[in-house]
Design a binder for this molecule. Sequence first.
Ligand SMILES: Cc1cc2nc3c(=O)[nH]c(=O)nc-3n(C[C@H](O)[C@H](O)[C@H](O)COP(=O)(O)O)c2cc1C
Ligand code: SF4
Length: 490
Amino acid sequence: MWKFKNPIKHTIPATRWPTAAEAAQSLLYQPIEIGAIEVKSRTWVPAMVPWRATEEGFVTQENLDWYRRFAKGRPGVLVVEATGVRDIPSGPLLRIGHDRFIPGLRKLVEAVKDASEGQTKLFIQIIDFLSVKRRPEREKFFARFLELDDRHKRRLALALNDNQWLTADDSIVRNELANAADELLDRVLDARELESLRFGYREHVTDLQLPHIRELPQVLPNIFTDAARRAREAGFDGVELHYAHAYTMAGFLSALNDRDDGYGGSREQRIRLPLEVYRAVRKTVGDDYVVGVRFLGDEVIAGGNRVDDASYFGVEFARAGFDFLSISKGGKFEDAQQPKVGQAVYPYTGQSGYECMPTVLSDATGPFGRSVPLVAAIKRAVNQAGFSTPIVATGGIGTFEQAESILQKGQADIIGLARQALADPDWFVKVKLGRGDEVRRCTYTNYCEALDQAHRAVTCKLWDRVDLNERGIATVDEGRRRLLAPEWNK
Ligand SMILES: Cc1cc2nc3c(=O)[nH]c(=O)nc-3n(C[C@H](O)[C@H](O)[C@H](O)COP(=O)(O)O)c2cc1C
Ligand code: SF4
């Protein structure tokens, strides 16, 4: 995990929880309209991948239990984890790329409706991502993956000041490069080849030489549309189009997207495909169905989008008719740490990853509500343009005081709690009942995120070893971790 140079260790803020009467009066617990539906409170659990689907992407009993557990806490909205829109293998991540996934997803909807007694609205985040390969062994890279050509020979001859490399046998050149020092490789390989060698091969939205990447603008609207149609058929109250972090649609929005086919370059062209996908989805699901978007307030990478780009996108998304805008930050591949050989690069290990899920080891600003200024700026721009699309703020928000103050100041319309809801899914009901002092408070140290990074079942360190002997509970790691937060004995 990326760290600040001289980090300051923050403690979670002392807080006063509201009485039930105060909670009832608060903005946080007032209903809000999102598109055509009314949500009971302005609370929100953003998408979190728990690594509980089958290898084929189907909903498991563990998924049902996981979402049921969140629903018992009755947040206003619960967003189901990033769910793949394509019908391609992608490991134990949920998928919605074919009608065969609908029955499992329908069960998930029923579990949430049942556990929240209809109090929680359920959206599903739908995602497209490009191919990311594991970091290769050096020998294998030079023997098999590098597409050797005359450019390499010319650069090698120049770097070594020896023209016999111009006509050298490929096998000899490959061998030389496999044993070369980093400085020499820096001069002989291009930036993408170095990335493939050091981080693993990864597709970019700008790889126009690859037909399937060139065709993304032609194929993605239909793929997202079919996924959204399935979400509606399965009974979800809405879909959240995942335009954030390290994935395809965020790649189109990114300031690094310099596609020259009308889908890159200027902001207007970078947002073109995201808007075309939205319009296609909207046309199919209709005006009475919630379609929202998650995107970045700041990419936190060199040359990436800043808040002025995000404000522009926010206004255009609102103008197009999105029903909500959920703001995240960072989480990119571009600044990720180098993975070990045999592992894939993980987009939450650089500074942009820190900003996505900030911890208490921070700078002077600290992790709490760290993204609020970004969200507030986007909201200002959207409102000034004449739109009132609800905007969700997330990132280090764990207390009622913090949440209520953000709403009172008009910095956001809805408050997202991801890790705090994982630490205590009953946060929403406890605070509402005036029993906030019983909240199990997240310490923002990212044990859960490390599990996510290792593709292991996500749990919280505050509860996964509690009452391991409890009868009938599901566990992992040979009984060493429980999979669900203990029940709250009211
Ligand atoms: C284990 C884990 C999985 C996550 N998975 C997703 C995801 O599928 N989609 C997404 O947009 N964000 C994902 N996030 C990011 C969260 O939604 C949220 O933006 C982030 O944790 C910051 O909010 P917080 O400070 O309230 O935790 C994930 C976070 C965690 C900790
Ligand atoms: S493991 Fe639990 S306490 Fe730690 S950051 Fe994650 S949710 Fe918070």
